[in-house]
Design a protein around this ligand. Structure first.
Ligand SMILES: [Cu+2]
Length: 107
């Protein structure tokens, strides 16, 4: 195995991961997020796949994650987050702020 080939082999898993971040499911149901605590690995990009099972739209919003996205009733929508430093990143549903609350915990 020559040096270039070795380098290609070593880099392959990293490249595959970068192109395909881990998918983490998050459900909106009865104007609440399930789970309310989303644990993800620190330092890695993650695809939050949000499924709104309610009959009304919801807006996923997080100042700490700098994300804001409306998810129509019954729809699925992806939000990419990270790589994050270890810590807690609260989020909420702006259309049902009293009940729809959660936190991403990077660890
Ligand atoms: Cu908003």
């Amino acid at each position: 195995m020559n040096r270039i080939t070795l380098l290609a082999v070593l880099c392959l898993p990293l490249a595959a991961f970068a192109a395909d971040p881990a998918e983490v499911p998050l459900t909106i149901k009865n104007h609440r997020f399930e789970p309310a605590e989303v644990r993800i690995p620190a330092g890695q990009k993650v695809k939050l796949m949000i499924h709104n099972q309610d009959s009304t739209p919801e807006e996923f919003e997080s100042h700490e994650l700098n994300r804001e996205k409306v998810i129509p009733a019954g729809a699925k929508s992806a939000i990419f987050i990270g790589p994050l430093q270890a810590g807690k990143y609260p989020f909420f549903g702006e259309f049902n702020e009293a009940t729809a609350r959660g936190v991403v915990i990077a660890e």
